[in-house]
Design a protein around this ligand. Sequence first.
Ligand code: KIV
Length: 264
Amino acid sequence: MKRITINDLMKWKREGKKFASIATYDASFAQVFESQEMPVLLVGDSLGMVLQGENDTLAVTVDDIVYHTRCVRKGSPNSLLMADMPFMSYVTPEEACENAARIMRSGANMVKIEGGEWLVDTVKKLTERSVPVCVHLGLTPQAVNVLGGYKIQGREQDQAEQLLRTSLALQSAGAQLIVLECVPAALAAKITESVDIPVIGIGAGNQTDGQILVMHDIFGISANYMPKFSKNFLEETGNIHKAAAKYIADVCSGHFPDEKHTIA
Ligand code: KIV
């Protein structure tokens, strides 16, 4: 696979070419995904749940992310590699810069931060200091205790309007990518067509520019539970390389997510 950059994702958005991405945590699986030409990998703080067995992502540290980013980069030299900034590691823009520097030095091409409009200053500071930023909006798992659970976001008109405003504000602040989690498909489609930067959906229908899932979910081996919007691709293909290839093919053709895996 040739080296993937944010410019490729921007070009694919302009051309209407969909792309797949996956949360992964070690060199061996990163190599499997690179061999199938998965363009975007994420070292997600979901590692707190699928690797560490926690009920949420809050215990994950910057050290954890640095360690796993190093591992994934070894297995996948060419993907665009995003890495999550963990809970409480970007409370101030200054702290965000310090922690992002460690994460970028471990091999990431971009950091991902969760939140809303309050991220504007942080995004500005990071991007001015040459750290590319993906913003994670909608259901933001680090806020599970504020949200009262892993609930669909943006169902109410005012919430939906706020999410659109937030997406535009963060794009203006310098964000180069958006991850939208667990929002109704129509809202995700509206946000995707309203911004110039690529939007990656998870539980957000098939009108976004890209899709992302957690690796353990596509192989049906998650320790805790399988979200309704995820799909076990191993079941129908029988081996991990074919499962990864099928996930990528189904995303690129627009067959995944289908209606069964979409929040209306
Ligand atoms: O932590 C993670 O794996 C994520 C994806 C599910 C988007 O944030």
